[in-house]
Design a protein around this ligand. Structure first.
Ligand code: SF4
Ligand code: SF4
Length: 373
């Protein structure tokens, strides 16, 4: 995946796992080296070792973004997860035995797994996890006052994502209300999961099925814009575009739109009891311009007092199951940066779940849509 590593070290500067642990053997360059060594001969690694290695990556993609050679470390790790015959069994076994300890992240993850992919025997556990409550959420403090006509009359599909569809229905309601205020017509379309989490976990074929279904929904609607509220969903949908070719691939890439880019044109009034200090967690999968941050900076002004930059929330998908201790170290660095704010906003479902589960006492976390109402 990509070219050969030239040992420039750029990826070492951005890897949150390396930053939190100081262990270069956990960094992207070491993983790229190891995967190159193993290329074409999976038998070099025993199942247990493959599982261990496959668990040592947050899948944040920060190293891929800065690599001039196109080395795709999270892609290599995902391929290792998918290629090794023992990995799938290990993953479910680990989930079964450790999900209780990780209930906060696990409860969200349980909801994110589409029903048809759930192994039968895990049904009761996943049901229990899915029923657990998250944090208290936020009381709205940003009221829309003026909607410009810029987008009035346009037609889009809305990709809500698994979390907003099945768990955080208030995000969905707030998003649809904003689109309605903007005069944007939401076309009917039954999207599935973006497939990003499945692909990162090594379930490439299943992720491909999800993507194919989503492309069909988009084509049937006449290839309109696709608006989404979650940074990771947007990233997963963009990555799925690799399955398309030519003009259609360009059209898909151009159609994907973060909700916040539309909402930036809305004027907001701050309520009297709005928090004085608000933090912003930048998801690893934020779009290139980080439109959620730009929206919040305009809406909140000087109340936005802290924003993560290099810090990852530590959710890490598979790594959360494989090496929760490492994820905790990464998460700790994130809270060091955000700790000055009593309210923290973000624009990613997984980050919101992880930060809600790990927030210090007195700190409330939510998707930025929870602040709107
Ligand atoms: S940025 Fe790319 S080329 Fe440079 S060390 Fe990392 S993987 Fe190798
Ligand atoms: S994907 Fe993230 S955690 Fe994994 S090696 Fe790259 S920067 Fe590090």
């Amino acid at each position: 995946m990509g070219g050969d590593c030239i040992l420039c070290g750029k990826c070492l500067e951005v890897c949150p796992l390396l930053a939190a642990t100081g262990r270069e053997e956990l960094g992207p360059r070491a993983k790229a080296d190891l995967c190159a060594l193993l290329a074409g001969d999976d038998s070099l690694l025993r199942g247990e070792d493959a599982a261990r290695l496959a668990g040592l990556c947050l899948g944040c993609g920060r190293c891929r973004k800065v690599c001039s050679q196109g080395v795709d470390v999270p892609g290599l790790v995902a391929a290792l997860r998918g290629a090794h015959p023992d990995f799938r069994g290990w993953l479910w076994k680990t989930w079964l035995t450790h999900a209780r300890e990780l209930w906060a992240a696990g409860s969200t993850a349980a909801r994110l797994i589409p029903g048809r992919w759930r192994p039968e025997k895990l049904g009761p556990l996943l049901k229990m996890l899915a029923g657990l409550k998250g944090g208290p959420g936020l009381d709205p403090f940003l009221t829309p006052t003026t909607f410009p006509d810029t987008h009035r009359g346009s037609k889009v599909l809305f990709f809500a994502g698994c979390t907003a569809t099945h768990v955080q229905r208030r995000w969905l309601a707030a998003a649809l209300e904003l689109l309605d205020g903007l005069g944007v017509e939401v076309l009917p379309g039954d999207f599935g999961c973006c497939g990003g989490g499945l692909k990162a976990a090594g379930f490439a074929a299943e992720a491909g099925d999800m993507a194919a279904r989503n492309f069909e929904v988009w084509r049937a609607a006449g290839r309109p814009g696709v608006v989404t509220l979650c940074a990771s969903c947007l990233s997963g949908l963009a990555a799925a575009g690799e399955m398309l070719s030519g003009d259609e691939a360009d059209a898909w890439a151009g159609a994907l739109t973060p909700l916040s880019t539309l909402v930036r044109s809305v004027s907001f009034r701050l309520s009297d009891d709005a928090p004085e200090r608000v933090g912003y967690h930048r998801p690893c999968h934020a779009d290139a311009g980080d439109s959620d941050f730009l929206l919040l900076r305009e809406a909140l002004g000087e109340r936005l007092v802290a924003a993560t930059d290099k810090e990852c929330c530590g959710f890490g998908g598979v790594m959360r199951l494989a090496r929760p201790g490492l994820g905790d170290q990464v998460n700790g660095r994130c809270w060091e940066r955000l700790g000055v704010a009593a309210t923290v906003l973000t624009g990613c479902s997984a980050c919101a779940a992880q930060l809600t589960a790990t927030a210090p006492d007195g700190v409330r976390v939510g998707h930025w849509l929870e602040a709107v109402g």
